[in-house]
Design a protein around this ligand. Sequence first.
Ligand code: ATP
Ligand code: MG
Length: 442
Amino acid sequence: MLKRLMQRLRGQPRPPKLKLQIIPRDRHSLSRQHISSAAKKVLYGLQEAGFQAYLVGGSVRDLLLGLQPKDFDVATNATPEEVRNIFRSSRIIGRRFRLVHVMFGRETVEVATFRAHHQDDTGQGATNATGMIVRDNVYGSIEQDAERRDFTVNALYYHIADFSIHDFAGGFADIERRTLRLIGHPETRYREDPVRMLRAVRFAAKLQFTLDPACAEPIPHLATLLSSVSPHRLFDEVQKLLACGHATQILDMLENLRLLPVLFPSLHANDASMTLIRATARSTDERIAVGKSINPAFFYAALLWQSVQDRQCQLHDHGSPVMPAWQQASQYVLQKQSERTALTKFTGMAIREIWEMQPRLQVPDVRQLDGLLSSPRFRAAFDFLVLREASGEKTGHMGAWWERYQHADPGLQAEMTRALVDQKATATPNRRKRRPRKRKPT
Ligand code: ATP
Ligand code: MG
């Protein structure tokens, strides 16, 4: 009671009261044929045991749009224990909110019991002083379950009993209008969970939907709330943003909505760095479009390239030799980034190797050419060098040189190596003198 009063005093509207619309089978395009057999078994299994069973979330949305869903989620009024008892091959997971994973062969279907909105008087759901959800652990009705979902198009429930769609928030009409709209008051919903700002960007780009202006409007001034989200969760979200096949558009949206500097605090967003970052986004999207894998390390390497170079220059100017300066600079920049998006050890190492290979590829030691070529990081580092070159950075055309060298026969390789030695010899007399030492940066 007290909390609700406080919320009203703080001007936060109550959660929306939703109105159910039922879209019968003959008025929508979702066909059972497109639902995985595992998901169908779960839906029917629950129904036969006397429970309500709905397909919900991204799978309903994607099927209505004619897209292939990533996975199938089921919502039910059965408790996790009841679900567990129906399906032999299943297990209860999660502590904050318990879910059941039901396994059929290689496919896993996630089954969640209807969850109530956090603003419940039982005291089990709670928000902190900024309005962020800290506990979210109450079972509820299907209507309450719909209320706590993020976007209207993610709150559509496909009812296995009669193949109708239960629409509580107008999501069906929004699919037809191709509009992404939050359920309820946008600012309150972002404060409850700031990650929804990133989900808004991702879904708008991935689905090619218009982000409802009322949902876009509060983002720039709420963007910094993301700094209170767990860095592990943010790493995962960034990963999804980069890998959804629309990184180019996402980059523009993150910039316009002022989310980019919050996600990458040490990013120096000038023309040169943004040219490289955009080129990386384009090449990521192209790879995804033809089914190739992508490495998040590559994207981070581009995003933070300017920062690591600046830091390296500073350290070098203050007396550190070239390579130790690179190592220290990489460590520093990655450490800073990890405070926002916890980079896995593997990703961190891959980024460092891409960076630290740049000077070695750009000014190679001719005795190490074959070693560099056979290094497991050559491919990524070389691709990065090529992108830098294409983005207008001065690389001595070494991207093109390596492109030719790696495909050359031994005779041509020897010739190219000699030319490199000669070029170095002529360049040496003009080499820049090392600048006098300054005080080390802190
Ligand atoms: P996809 O899996 O294709 O990325 P999705 O919509 O299935 O999209 P999930 O992250 O798998 O997204 O979440 C499943 C559903 O859970 C969503 O459709 C939404 O209804 C709900 N949901 C997920 N995250 C949130 C959130 N942060 N706030 C509110 N509801 C959420
Ligand atoms: Mg999903």
